[in-house]
Design a protein around this ligand. Structure first.
Ligand code: URA
Length: 181
């Protein structure tokens, strides 16, 4: 079981020295969907919740339009719970240090399906070796239910409408995996 108090003072990796707070994640238990990003950005490090910045706004608009789920219906988290300096990608040792927290969280939350956002989350959650360019939109059968990866919404903010259209198509596949709520 995830010990939120222990997690909120975690010092298992060097990110504990530069973060403002541990961004644990939140949402209902047993949700239709668990949304998993890479790591908190500046806004999340300050606010203490995942995806409360511009990427989150885009992400939850697309999820509502394509899957019919609101943020409140999803459990939202990241594979790494502390912000890497300057939003660099998490290092291998940081991913490894945070992995037991994520595994305990997944075990507790018991989502109906999992959506991984971007390369880091897709590799970490689904064990993909190939990049998101080839793994997005593929359905994975996990022990607890189906999973799917798509581009990170930050990539869509940089890459524009072409990336948004790919995300929309992936989310329509996700819709067919998510139990109606
Ligand atoms: N990007 C992520 O991967 N996670 C967040 O919580 C915010 C931005």
């Amino acid at each position: 079981m995830l010990d939120r108090i222990e997690l909120s003072s975690c010092t298992r990796c060097a990110l504990s020295r530069t973060r403002q707070r541990v961004v644990i994640g939140s949402g209902p238990q047993g949700p239709a969907l668990m949304v998993v990003g890479e790591a908190p950005g500046r806004t999340e490090d300050e606010g203490g919740e995942p995806f409360i910045g511009p990427s989150g706004q885009l992400l939850f608009r697309l999820l509502e339009e394509e899957v019919g789920l609101t943020r409140a219906q999803c459990f939202v988290t990241n594979v790494v719970k502390c912000r890497p300096p300057n939003n660099r990608a998490p290092k291998r040792e940081e991913l490894e240090a945070c992995r037991p927290w994520f595994d305990a969280q997944l075990d507790d939350v018991r989502p109906g399906a999992v959506l991984a956002l971007g390369n880091t989350a897709a590799r970490s959650v689904f064990g993909y070796e190939r990049g998101i360019g080839t793994t997005h939109g593929l359905v994975v059968r996990l022990a607890g239910g189906p999973g799917l990866a798509t581009y990170h919404p930050a990539a869509a903010l940089r890459g524009g409408s072409r990336v948004v259209e790919v995300m929309r198509a992936d989310l329509r596949i996700l819709k067919s995996l998510v139990a109606p709520s």
